[in-house]
Design a protein around this ligand. Structure first.
Ligand code: SAH
Length: 364
């Protein structure tokens, strides 16, 4: 792990160039790319169509892993939370969510988050750093090594961090994930979720990429949204929705509106009618997420009756609305609950923290 080159995170062009720099023809880089992302190789010795001498050299000069699963917790509902340890000792979480025939991996894009949303556990960490493209991809590789590459059907960037605040690395990761010789998950199966960074949404709209977009709206007035999502002071609801409309026009896809419902804050019938009004000319569907309690917060989960009433008002207005089933709450894997301990970094401290949080040791 000392002076080795991390291959996970490289685009196909970068891998071809890297092969050439190492005295190989470019197509060897392409083969390497396929082995790493498409076939999920864990060792260079598996790469049987590469020259043996080069494989031996690679095993000394390059590495196939940028993170490791330090622990995993499985909820009775099948949701699995992975605690992943990065090479500098930082920790992030990824969640695997089974739902009927779907198996969705929810990935993190930053260590911590800088958006300071008042209802979200990750915000309590602050932004520690951006994750590299390799670390973003590593989550998909590690999870698929455990469940089988073909079982994974969808990916959402709804874990720790604000993906659009780590734009460049997000885009590199998205290209590899959707590349047919890469991870080969169709871009349509991938959804990027944002707290609403309008300029980055506009930029995302200009990319030739078919990934989905979800906006965490969470409020229907700027006054309430300012309290929940501080970036709203810069990018107001009207401004953010205008940016999303650009994305809808460019991608020809429907926007997903996420709406975390908090009792007496944003869960009233008036809110539902206002949301209907806001979305009148915006092709979208709404996903209602009953607030999941987080440590130290005074926010309360909405009554089931308010959630159903809210949903009914949306449906009556002709707007598709679903209620997100709360999964993995018992293992703190539900929306907004991700908060890997990231302070300190020694193995021992990580282990004792893990035991405290009830993680099973993943062994090695
Ligand atoms: N930064 C991105 C992605 C991470 S949050 C974003 O803001 O979209 C993923 C989703 O979880 C968001 O829709 C957010 O509103 C929601 N969420 C955060 N904390 C929550 C909580 N405690 N209960 C319910 N949903 C929450």
């Amino acid at each position: 792990m000392n002076a080795t080159t991390a291959l996970v995170g490289m685009s196909i062009e970068e891998m071809e160039r890297w092969a050439e720099e190492n005295g190989q023809p470019a197509y060897r880089g392409r083969q390497l790319y396929q082995w790493i992302y498409r076939r999920g190789a864990v060792d260079f010795s598996e790469m049987t169509n590469l020259p043996k001498a080069w494989r031996q050299e690679l095993s000394k000069t390059a590495s196939l892993s940028v993170l490791k699963v330090a622990a995993e917790r499985v909820s009775p509902d099948g949701t699995t939370k992975y605690l992943m340890e990065l090479q500098d000792g930082e920790q992030i979480e990824s969640v695997l969510i089974p739902d009927g025939s779907r198996l969705t991996l929810c990935v993190s894009s930053q260590v911590g988050c800088g958006q300071k949303c008042s209802f979200c556990a990750t915000a309590l960490l602050g932004l520690r750093r951006n994750m590299t493209a390799g670390e973003i991809l590593g989550q998909a590789l590690e999870a698929s090594r455990r469940v089988g590459r073909d079982s994974l059907t969808n990916m959402v960037f709804m874990g720790m961090g604000e993906p659009l605040a780590n734009y460049k690395n997000l885009m590199t990761a998205l290209r590899v994930l959707s590349h047919p010789e890469g991870f080969a998950l169709g871009a349509r199966k991938i959804t990027v979720s944002t707290s609403g960074l309008a300029p980055a949404i506009r930029r995302f709209a200009r990319e030739k990429l078919k990934a989905g977009l979800a906006l965490s709206l969470n409020a229907t007035t700027d006054e309430t949204r300012n309290d929940l999502i501080p970036s709203n002071r810069r990018y107001t609801i009207a401004n953010v929705l205008a940016a999303c409309l650009e994305w809808i026009k460019a991608s020809k896809r429907r926007l997903t509106i996420e709406y975390a419902m908090i009792r007496d804050v944003n869960d009233t019938a008036e809110d539902a009618y206002r949301l209907r009004q806001l979305l009148r000319d915006i092709p979208s569907k709404v996903n209602l997420i009953p607030f999941n309690p987080i440590p130290g917060s005074s926010y309360v989960r909405p009554r089931a009756s308010s959630v159903l009433k809210f949903q009914r008002i949306m449906l009556d207005g002709g707007i598709g609305a679903t209620v997100r089933k709360t999964k993995g709450q018992d293992i703190e894997a539900a929306c907004g609950q991700l908060r890997a301990s990231t302070e300190g970094s020694t193995q021992k401290r990580a282990r004792s923290r893990r035991e405290k949080k009830g993680y099973a040791s993943a062994g090695r």
